[in-house]
Design a protein around this ligand. Structure first.
Ligand SMILES: *Cc1c(COP(=O)(O)O)cnc(C)c1O
Length: 475
C-alpha cells in the first residue's frame, strides 16, 4: 500500500454524503436489521478503501440496526448528537494516545480529558473533591471503582493491596452489598478477585429494587462484628435498570458512615438526571458517594464507547492503579496522567466527543435531553395506562417504562404469549423494546435515552406498533 495514498480525499465526499443521508433518514429506517452471514475470508490483494466501502454498503450496512435512532428502546441505548458525532470523527482523525500527562506527550489531549472530567462534575453538581477518568463504559467504571474501594479497604487494614495483593489481608474477606445490583458489578468483582457474590440486602418493604437502609444497617453490623471481614463496600444503583428507581442516598450514606463502609453509586443508567433541575432530586445525595459510575454512551448521547468514573479519594485511586511503583503514589505527580487512573495504558481521544457535546449544548442542552426523554416516558406510560392490552408494572420513573402484556379482559396472559407479543411488536421494525423478567414474569421495558425521541414525532408510531404487535400475536 502506497504511503502517499490520497485515498482519503477521494473517498471522503462519498462517505460523508452517505453518513449524512443515513443520519437524515434515521427516523424512517427500519429499527432492527435482518441478520446475515458475514464473510470471514481474508483478501490477499489490496482492493483499496473504495472497494472496502462499497462492500460495507452492500454486505454490512443492511444488517446493522438503527439503534442510534429515536425508537430503539432496548437495553439502555443512547444516540449520537451532531456535536458528539463530529467529536468522534475528529478523535479518529487526530488519533491521540491519551496515556501520559499532556506535558510529557507534547499534546494537550490529557488536558482536554481533565477539563471534560471537571465539566462533567459541574454538570452533575458535584463538589470539587471529585476527580476521575473517562472509561470505556459502565462496566469499566464499576471495575475501576471497586478496585479503588478494594485499595481503600486494604489501607484501613494497614495493607497496600495494589502492591501486595489480596493475600496480604491474611484471609480476611472484602464484602460487597447490594440490592439487585447490575450484573457488571459481579463481573467486576470476579475480575478483581473478590468473588462474584454480592451480599443481598432486602429491598424496602413494598419495593422490589430499593435497598432498605435498616436492613443494610443490620447486615453491616453482623459483618463488622465478624473478625473475618476486612471491610465492606455498598453498591447502589441510580437508578436500577428495569425501573430507573433510585435509592435514598442520604439514608444509605449515613448507614455506610456508621459502619465505615465504602459507598459506590452505579449511575450508569440515570446519572444524567442530575443535569436537569426538574429531575435532579431523584439522585439527591449523590455527593455523598465515595465513587460514582456514569455511562456516557447511554443518556449523554455520545457514541460508543464512553463512560465516566469519579471518586472523592484521588490518592487511593492512583495508588490502586498507578503504573509506576505503587510506593510513589501519584499524588507526587500533580499533572493529570491517565495511565495512573485508567485500566488501560494506551487509549483513544475518548474525551473529545464529550468535550464537543459539552461545548455545543451546555447545561441547558443536557437538561433538555433529560426533560424530553422523561416526558416521552410519562406520555408512553399514560398511553399504556389507558390501553386494554398492556399494564404498567409501576408508574413511569425518569426515562423508563416497565409494563407487561395482559388479556383484553385484564387477566394475565401466559408467559409464552407475552413473549410472542413482544416479538411481534419488534417485528414491526418501527420500534424495539427489550424484554425483562419482573418478579418472575416476563415484562417489557422501554428505556428512552435517545436525544431525538420526542412525543410529537414518535409516540403515535410506538403506540401503533404496540397495538399491531398485540393483534398479530393473538391472531
Ligand atoms: C449499562 C449499565 C452498566 C454497564 O455499562 P456498560 O456501558 O454496558 O459496560 C452497569 N450498571 C448499570 C446500572 C447499567 O445500566
Amino acid at each position: 500500500m502506497d504511503p502517499h495514498s490520497t485515498d482519503l480525499s477521494k473517498l471522503w465526499p462519498d462517505v460523508s454524503s452517505y453518513i449524512l443521508n443515513r443520519d437524515q433518514n434515521i427516523r424512517s429506517l427500519p429499527v432492527t436489521a435482518p441478520l446475515a452471514a458475514i464473510s470471514a475470508e481474508l483478501p490477499t490483494k489490496s482492493a483499496g478503501p473504495d472497494a472496502a466501502f462499497q462492500l460495507f454498503k452492500t454486505s454490512i450496512a443492511p444488517h446493522v440496526n438503527a439503534a442510534c435512532g429515536p425508537r430503539y428502546f432496548g437495553f439502555i441505548t443512547g444516540g449520537v448528537t451532531p456535536a458528539a458525532h463530529i467529536g468522534d470523527v475528529l478523535a479518529t482523525s487526530f488519533d491521540q494516545n491519551v496515556m501520559t500527562a499532556s506535558e510529557s506527550a507534547g499534546s494537550a489531549a490529557a488536558d482536554v480529558e481533565e477539563a471534560v472530567v471537571v465539566m462533567l462534575r459541574d454538570l452533575l453538581h458535584l463538589p470539587a473533591e471529585y476527580e476521575g477518568i473517562i472509561t470505556a463504559g459502565g462496566t469499566s467504571s464499576n471495575t475501576l471503582a471497586l478496585a479503588v474501594a478494594r485499595q481503600w479497604v486494604g489501607r484501613k487494614n494497614g495493607v497496600d493491596i495494589g502492591e501486595d495483593g489480596l493475600q496480604a489481608l491474611g484471609g480476611k474477606a472484602i464484602r460487597v452489598f447490594g440490592t439487585m445490583a447490575h450484573q457488571s458489578i459481579s463481573k467486576a468483582m470476579s475480575t478483581l478477585g473478590l468473588g462474584r457474590k454480592v451480599v443481598q440486602v432486602p429491598p424496602l418493604p413494598g419495593t422490589v429494587t430499593q435497598m432498605d437502609p435498616e436492613a443494610l444497617d443490620k447486615a453491616l453490623s453482623l459483618e463488622t462484628n465478624n473478625g473475618g471481614t476486612a471491610g465492606c463496600i455498598v453498591v447502589v444503583q441510580s437508578g436500577e435498570v428495569n425501573t430507573s428507581n433510585c435509592d435514598s442516598l442520604p439514608q444509605i450514606s449515613a448507614v455506610c458512615k456508621r459502619h465505615n463502609a465504602w459507598l459506590h453509586v452505579d449511575g450508569a443508567a440515570n446519572l444524567l438526571a442530575r443535569a436537569s433541575p426538574t429531575h435532579a432530586q431523584s439522585l439527591e445525595g449523590l455527593e455523598l458517594a465515595d465513587s460514582i459510575t456514569g455511562d456516557c454512551h447511554k443518556w449523554f448521547n455520545v457514541p460508543y464507547d464512553s463512560g465516566l468514573m469519579l471518586t472523592r479519594h484521588p490518592a487511593v485511586h492512583s495508588a490502586a492503579i498507578t503504573a509506576t511503583a505503587a510506593y510513589l503514589a501519584a499524588t507526587t505527580t500533580p499533572a493529570y496522567a491517565p495511565i495512573n487512573l485508567s485500566l488501560d495504558n494506551s487509549r483513544r481521544f475518548r474525551a473529545l466527543p464529550l468535550w464537543m457535546a459539552l461545548q455545543a449544548y451546555g447545561r441547558e442542552g443536557f437538561a433538555e435531553i433529560v426533560d424530553r426523554t422523561c416526558d416521552f416516558a410519562a406520555q408512553l406510560g399514560a398511553w399504556i395506562r389507558q390501553s386494554q392490552q398492556y399494564e404498567l408494572l409501576q408508574p413511569p420513573c425518569l426515562n423508563t417504562v416497565l409494563f407487561r402484556v395482559v388479556e383484553v379482559n385484564g387477566e394475565e396472559v401466559d408467559p409464552e404469549m407475552a413473549k410472542r407479543v413482544l416479538q411481534h411488536v419488534n417485528a414491526t421494525r418501527k420500534v424495539f423494546f427489550s424484554g425483562t423478567v419482573w418478579q418472575g414474569k416476563p415484562a417489557i421495558r422501554a428505556a428512552i435515552a435517545n436525544w431525538r425521541t420526542n412525543v410529537e414525532d414518535d409516540l403515535q408510531i410506538v403506540a401503533q406498533s404496540l397495538t399491531e404487535g398485540y393483534a398479530a400475536a393473538f391472531l
